[in-house]
Design a protein around this ligand. Structure first.
Ligand code: PAF
Length: 280
């Protein structure tokens, strides 16, 4: 695997590969890699002769300084995992390489960024859009791969690609889960043993809520069920539960209103904020 820390040499390398007709698959990450990331690398490898992964803990998408500081950084282990997974190129720039100054660019995604994650993490999607558009300009990928766990992010990046006419096809890859159902996340590394056990409530309640909706229960009653379930479990605090149209993230009053409704949830286990979702 070739490792680049600077934009110039990476660009030169990728332009040559593209000139030789190789399609580029791109997996942008913030590191602390886990099997969910490796699944993205595997899909990219199955569809492209060249797979590029980036690792950059992007400060502009953290609305909470302590969350940024505590975000796990495990570069040596990540490099080892990427080598074993057959990734061809790693781009791991330092902060000044990506953000030379505080940016004048401001993205506005309308209601897409004021619901769910956007409501509780102001400025988060502006930071994501800034860094992803820079990464797309630098790597110029043909395909880019994201985990389904960050569905709202996927909808926002799809909008970014559509509005700015990036020549890239986006792929959302199914969430990889631990045996007990917990969605894999770099943040899971910050959970104590006890918190790790408590965190199972997130996928378990989502699955129960999904079954209730499929069985004909109303969205209102299912949201109340989720809220009551979390209230009776100390140590874990629900931030939101929403049932939305997966295409435009608009909240639904009945599941029949959308072709593909999705249930989305965020919760704090101690200080650690986890998100998850399930399509109906
Ligand atoms: O999903 C992530 O890991 C990040 O938000 C991304 C897309 C790499 C941008 O920093």
């Amino acid at each position: 695997m070739q490792i680049f820390r600077e934009i110039g040499p990476l660009r030169a390398f990728l332009i040559e590969k593209k000139g030789a007709g190789q399609s580029i698959g791109f997996v942008p990450t913030m590191g602390a890699l886990h099997p969910g990331h490796l699944a993205l690398i595997a899909v990219s490898r199955s569809q492209n002769p060249l797979t590029v992964c980036s690792i950059f803990v992007n400060p502009t998408q953290f609305n909470n300084v302590s969350d940024f500081e505590k975000y796990p950084r495990t570069l040596e282990k990540d490099v080892d995992m990427l080598e074993k997974a057959g990734c061809d190129v790693l781009f791991c720039p330092d902060e000044p390489e990506m953000h030379t100054r505080s940016s004048y660019l401001n993205f506005n995604f309308g209601h897409l960024e004021t619901v769910m994650e956007g409501k509780f993490r102001p400025g988060h999607f502006n930071g994501v859009a800034q860094v992803v558009s820079k990464l797309f300009h630098i790597v110029n990928p043909d395909h880019a791969y994201f985990g389904q766990k960050d569905w709202q992010q996927f909808v926002i990046i799809s909008t970014l690609v559509d509005e700015l006419k990036f020549n890239v096809t986006l792929h959302s890859v199914e969430t990889v889960r631990e045996n007990d159902g917990l969605a894999m996340s770099s943040r899971n590394l910050r959970l104590s043993e006890k918190q790790r056990r408590q965190a199972i409530l997130i996928p378990a309640t989502l699955a129960e809520a999904k079954a209730k909706l499929k069985g004909g229960d109303s969205i209102l009653s299912v949201k109340k069920f989720v809220e009551d379930t979390f209230e009776s479990n100390p140590g874990i605090t629900l931030e939101y539960i929403e049932v939305v149209n997966s295409k435009n993230l608009l909240p639904l009053y009945s599941v029949e209103e959308a072709d593909r409704p999705i249930l989305c949830m965020a919760a704090f286990v101690g200080e650690v904020r986890l998100i998850d979702n399930m399509f109906l």
